[in-house]
Design a protein around this ligand. Structure first.
Ligand code: GCO
Length: 447
């Protein structure tokens, strides 16, 4: 791609890069920040592949000014980041001004370069002191308090705000599979968690709107495109179940619809956590929806009693076809999936305007003689841009694209072993080196 298609031109399309608080900030005890479930999780042996944690990460807490200058140099005019609840709210639910000051200084810096902020309120770093975490319905109300506090202290400088990032990961990776914080393994209660997260979303929207009416408010989801391993009816049904869990359990509540009965059936005694009136809260009108797209998955009929509870078993993407191209983290490169998943969503739910809030690849190419030739990422990004441009040409209302991520960062359970940045970070020296992909995007934005 030499030039951006007209419908992706930065003149009429929002182009940005994305990060999240825990993945880049470090400074986990600075300025009175309280501990989060991810600090606790990292401290448990065996949880993180390289036994690392987020205590330093990209040291963005101290280096934010340089990082903002870097994104400006690369030509980005929009920046998606998350605010850490644990920095701005003390354990007694009062405001922590040191945390507010940090985000205020970040916003000052962005304004200096005319970069528009796009904030997410919750990107998985839940304060540890919230008793029971998302298993406790009360956490949804504490989220609304936190949201109100951000609206009051920073809201007039935040034109676009998402409540949650990828609640599927918090609920199912965190409370069912146990591979993300807090590391629980309980199917029934993970479904309660999914419900409580959506309740938090709705209460958060109400809390914000009652204070500020002009902000564009939404949520960021990672919808699934799941194909069956074979055409056998039991595999087809399994793929459907994976999509119910990933899509319907979050999209239905956004539009006031009940969950598919198959999910309700899996809740057992936790079903009582869904209370009358909740759907009216979760379906507060949205100004936008953010969609994160990386890959598709492949499912087969459940192959263990554990998976039988979920209704599917995921298989490696290349299980049936070894010629598939994978990124370094092992995810299939499948640009067509962006179109398929977005079309599936717009056909089934009355979506508001869409922003692609994350798209990118793990490409661990090192820096050699000062440059990092991440050709796979370059091709990944351009292929997805082409598909997005086609979707828009076909009439889908997509208004922005954010590459994940500006910087190599703490990739959750993979620690620092997988690199998603368009800018390389040397975690020993904190030196940042723009990769070929960053320079490619810069050239495209200028074109
Ligand atoms: C996500 C995440 C990021 C991940 C990225 C790559 O929302 O999944 O926002 O935190 O780093 O998706 O796995």
């Amino acid at each position: 791609m030499k030039k951006l298609p007209e419908n992706l031109s930065p003149n009429n399309f929002e182009w940005g890069c994305a990060t999240s608080s825990f993945q880049i900030e470090g400074g986990t005890t600075a300025g009175g920040r309280v501990a989060t479930i991810w600090d606790d999780f990292c401290a448990q042996p065996g949880r993180i592949k390289d036994a690392s944690d987020g205590s330093v990460a990209c040291d963005h807490f101290h280096r934010y000014a340089g990082d903002v200058k870097l994104m400006a140099d690369l030509g980005f005019k929009h920046y998606r980041f998350s605010i850490a609840w644990a920095r701005v709210v003390n354990a007694d639910n009062t405001v922590n001004m040191a945390g507010i000051d940090f985000y205020s200084r970040l916003l000052d810096e962005l304004a200096k370069y005319d970069i528009t902020p796009n904030a997410t309120l919750f990107h998985w770093d839940l304060p540890s002191h919230l008793e029971g975490g998302w298993l406790n319905r009360d956490t949804a109300y504490r989220f609304a308090d936190y949201t109100a506090l951000v609206a009051e202290r920073l809201g007039d400088r935040l034109p676009r705000v998402a409540t949650l990032n990828e609640p599927w990961c918090s609920a199912f990776l965190g409370y069912d599979l146990g591979v993300f914080a807090p590391g629980h393994k309980n199917r029934e209660s993970s479904l309660s968690v999914a419900h409580h997260l959506m309740l938090a979303h709705g209460l958060g929207i109400q809390a914000w709107r009652s204070r500020l009416s002009q902000t564009s408010l939404g949520i960021v989801l990672n919808p699934e495109l799941c194909d069956p391993l074979t055409t056998k009816p039991e595999d087809v049904q399994a793929a459907k179940m994976a999509e119910y869990e990933r899509n319907d359990s979050f999209l239905n509540p956004l539009f006031g619809r009940e969950w598919p009965s198959m999910l309700l059936d899996q809740m057992g005694s936790s079903l009582s956590d869904r209370q009358a009136g909740d759907l009216a809260i979760t379906s507060e009108p949205l100004d936008f929806i953010g969609l994160n797209y990386y890959t598709r998955s492949i499912a087969r009929a459940p192959s263990s009693s554990e998976d039988a509870k979920r209704g599917y078993t995921f298989v490696p993407p290349d299980a049936a076809d070894k010629t598939k191209q994978l990124t370094d983290i092992g995810w299939e490169i499948y640009p067509e999936g962006l179109k398929r998943v977005v079309n599936n969503l717009t056909q089934n739910w009355p979506l508001p305007p869409i922003w692609i809030t994350e798209n990118g690849a793990a490409d661990n190419t090192p820096v050699i003689n000062g440059s990092c030739d991440d050709d796979m990422r370059c091709s990944y990004i351009t292929q997805h841009l082409e598909k997005m441009s086609e979707l828009i040409a076909e009439g889908t209302d997509i208004r922005g694209y954010y590459v994940w991520s500006l910087l190599d960062n703490f990739e959750w359970a993979h620690g620092y072993s997988e690199r998603f940045g368009v800018v390389h970070v040397d975690f020993e020296t904190q030196v940042r080196t723009p990769k070929k992909s960053a320079l490619m995007v810069k050239a495209l934005l200028k074109s």
